[in-house]
Design a protein around this ligand. Sequence first.
Ligand code: AMP
Ligand code: ZN
Length: 140
Amino acid sequence: MDCIFCKIIEGEIPSYKLYEDDNVLAFLDITQGTKGHTLIIPKKHVRNVYELDEETTLNVFKVVPKIARALKDAFNPIGLNIINNNDKPLQSVFHFHIHLIPRYEDDGMTLNTINHYGEYNPEYFESLVKTIKEQIKSAK
Ligand code: AMP
Ligand code: ZN
């Protein structure tokens, strides 16, 4: 399979490995958006969140606090963002991964959020709940 992260797992492509167990690998993101920017991936090839099974999810997410604490202790950031991109507009590597991005004063990292607080009425929120809950009922 032509997947850059599978190649990293197999050792066909070099990487700066931080942590590895039977199911998971953590390594430095090559772009180092901020100091210590890390990716955590399952060894099982899964395209993104929509394809994650429960066991793989547990395997990957249970490593997140361990690496987060290590980054905090290593670099004393003021904060840390956990990001995961699925399909458009931002996913560029189609092997599920979680970004851990330590944050520092004036680090220039932009993760803009949009705030529509106060723009929607209760009926709109209720309609969202109804639509999503119907899908949760039928979701795997
Ligand atoms: P995303 O845009 O969420 O799919 O993120 C993919 C990330 O993978 C980007 O932040 C890239 O910098 C990172 N990346 C791509 N190739 C490599 C590589 N060979 N080693 C480490 N990180 C990589
Ligand atoms: Zn892969």
